[in-house]
Design a protein around this ligand. Structure first.
Ligand SMILES: NC(=O)c1ccc[n+]([C@@H]2O[C@H](COP(=O)([O-])OP(=O)(O)OC[C@H]3O[C@@H](n4cnc5c(N)ncnc54)[C@H](O)[C@@H]3O)[C@@H](O)[C@H]2O)c1
Length: 218
């Protein structure tokens, strides 16, 4: 990931957000046996302007061919490499409850280059169990295991009030990037990458659009 994140420095975030969709689309075409894809085809799929597609892809090493477009196989390889999906990064997950267990079951994460190697909890009924073959340890073992395993990413799925304590622990034991699923806003040193993710803000946007459409229809 270190190598890849260096490569994607300076690329606008909206571009990075679109890249996994470009990749998923190209992978689908590859499975269907399509050899080339034009920026217009990609743009139609994405519902954006073709010039935006060309601009986004110009940040990668892919070069389109006149009239035929991009070679699909090359596009898959270049995008996978660009996004760092070809490099597996090890992660620890803290909080093996409802959401944590769902993430531990998600095989899609490893497809995208994230390998959760251990989970941690404080609940004695969970500790010692395996969820999707991933062992759940007591949080007190975080320190020893982080020194043993080459882990650079931490996933936080504990109740919001415990998020900062967990983040502090992660930073103290060498975690470089934190994926925070709690609604808490954690404070970490500047060199630590934090990504906050919440389904609920997306839901709020859906409701907002839905309700404003309803109002317009009245
Ligand atoms: N981002 C999202 O879209 C989204 C969706 C659902 C839930 N959440 C958030 O995810 C978090 C977990 O939600 P849940 O429904 O899975 O809760 P949960 O109660 O099912 O799971 C929380 C787990 O964390 C463990 N835990 C508590 N303190 C801990 C600590 N200090 N160290 C290690 N483990 C600890 C608990 O024992 C429990 O197993 C909450 O903050 C919730 O708001 C976010």
């Amino acid at each position: 990931m270190v190598q890849s994140s260096k490569k994607i420095q300076g690329v606008p975030e909206p571009t990075i957000r679109r890249m996994p969709s470009y990749l998923a689309y190209a992978e689908g075409l590859l499975r269907k046996g399509q050899q080339f894809v034009s920026s217009t085809q990609i743009a139609n799929y994405m519902n954006i302007d073709p010039t935006q597609v060309t601009k986004d892809l110009s940040y990668t090493a892919i070069v389109g061919k006149t009239r035929v477009g991009y070679e699909v196989k090359a596009l898959v390889d270049v995008l996978s490499d660009f996004l760092g999906f070809t490099i597996m990064d090890n992660a620890f997950l803290v909080g093996a409850g409802s959401l944590g267990s769902a993430l531990l079951h998600d095989s899609g994460l490893s497809h995208f280059g994230l390998n959760i190697v251990a989970a941690f909890d404080v609940n004695s009924s969970t500790i010692g169990k395996k969820i999707n073959d991933i062992e759940v340890f007591h949080i007190d073992q975080f320190r020893d295991l982080s020194q043993e395993m080459n882990v650079i990413m931490g996933i936080i799925t504990v109740p919001a009030e415990n998020a900062q304590t967990v983040a502090d622990l992660m930073v103290a034991w060498g975690i470089k990037a934190i994926w925070n699923f709690t609604p808490a806003r954690i404070k970490v040193p500047e060199d630590i990458i934090v990504q906050n993710t919440t389904l609920y803000s997306n839901l709020a946007i859906i409701f907002n659009k839905l309700h404003s459409e309803r109002k317009e229809a009245l």
